[in-house]
Design a protein around this ligand. Structure first.
Ligand SMILES: [Zn+2]
Ligand SMILES: [Zn+2]
Length: 302
């Protein structure tokens, strides 16, 4: 089974959840997918290492994490432990890997930010708190900026994020990936909705303009403006409701703009027809009315 809709961070969160529920087979499957999707992600390798059974496989995973960052404390400690349990030949091979990693760090200490070990990933995952929230003792690093310490986690996918990579939403701190994903869920409009939106908006405006112009014109400039102030938001709100219904209440990133442009064209058309029938145009009340109704419509459709 594929998880094409999951982001990497969601995949990792699901894998960690499986591990914390003790479902090692599922955790292994999901972490393996994460390593395939993003071979440079050490979290995926460390998670997979904890989920697999054989020491050889664990070793291979920790070595991958160490290759990504030779200063990865968790991988180093785990490899030390594996070496202490391995046959002499394998143990010395692991020690060579560790020595090479240490030399790499020593050669360029600023490049490899220390990634301190989490309290025994194997045991934590097995004990059921594989992805526990940050505690005071636990140092977290931003998932996007590996050398920035942080105490924040995205409350949807759980990954640690620094203040640059997080936004405070109504439901708490969310990483930008999760926010974008939720916006995509929110914006479900299809191309045909934009056609319907444009036609309905244009039609409504073309029909309503002569009527409103007639009303405003009857009152003269002063009372026309007063009426426009009251009528603008109300008519705008009603029009927005009709337009929203016509597109099945689906939303799109550009609906506000498309709706407003179609309405302006419809108003132009309505005015043209009205003036052909000899109606006089009162620009100031109409301008006030349009400004107020359009801003209401834009805010609703957006
Ligand atoms: Zn997130
Ligand atoms: Zn960051």
């Amino acid at each position: 089974m594929e998880e094409p809709t999951l982001t990497l961070s969601e995949l990792l969160a699901e894998a960690a959840a499986a591990a914390s529920l003790g479902d090692r087979a599922e955790a292994e499957r999901l972490f393996r997918r994460a390593t395939e999707r993003s071979p440079g992600n050490s979290t995926a390798w460390l998670g997979l290492a904890a989920a697999v059974d054989s020491p050889q496989e664990k070793r291979a995973c920790y070595e991958q994490a160490l290759a990504i960052n030779p200063n990865n404390g968790e991988a180093r400690i785990a490899l030390q432990r594996l070496a202490s349990q391995a046959a002499p030949q394998e143990a010395s091979a692991i020690q060579t890997t560790l020595a090479n990693a240490a030399a790499q760090v020593a050669a360029d200490p600023t490049r490899y930010a220390p990634q301190p070990a989490r309290p025994s990933a194997d045991n934590a995952a097995a004990a059921g708190n594989g992805d526990a929230p940050a505690t005071a003792a636990q140092v977290l690093y931003c998932a996007n900026h590996p050398d920035t310490e942080t105490t924040l986690r995205c409350n949807r996918c759980g990954k640690p994020v620094c203040i640059r990579c997080v936004e405070l939403t109504e439901v708490g701190y969310r990483c930008k990936e999760c926010i974008r994903e939720q916006q995509n869920v929110f914006f479900t409009a299809e191309i045909k909705d934009y056609f319907v939106l444009a036609i309905v908006s244009f039609g409504l405006a073309a029909l309503a303009t002569p009527v409103i112009e007639l009303l405003l014109g009857m009152l003269g400039l002063f009372f026309g403006v007063i009426l426009a102030v009251f009528l603008g938001p109300a008519v705008g709100g009603a029009a927005a409701t009709i337009i929203r219904r016509s597109v099945g209440r689906r939303r799109g990133r550009h609906m506000g703009t498309v709706g407003v442009v179609a309405i302006i064209l419809g108003v132009g058309f309505g005015l043209l027809v009205a003036s052909l029938f000899g109606m006089s145009i009162n620009l100031i009340p109409l301008g006030v009315f349009l400004f107020l109704s359009l801003s209401t419509i834009y805010a609703t459709l957006r």
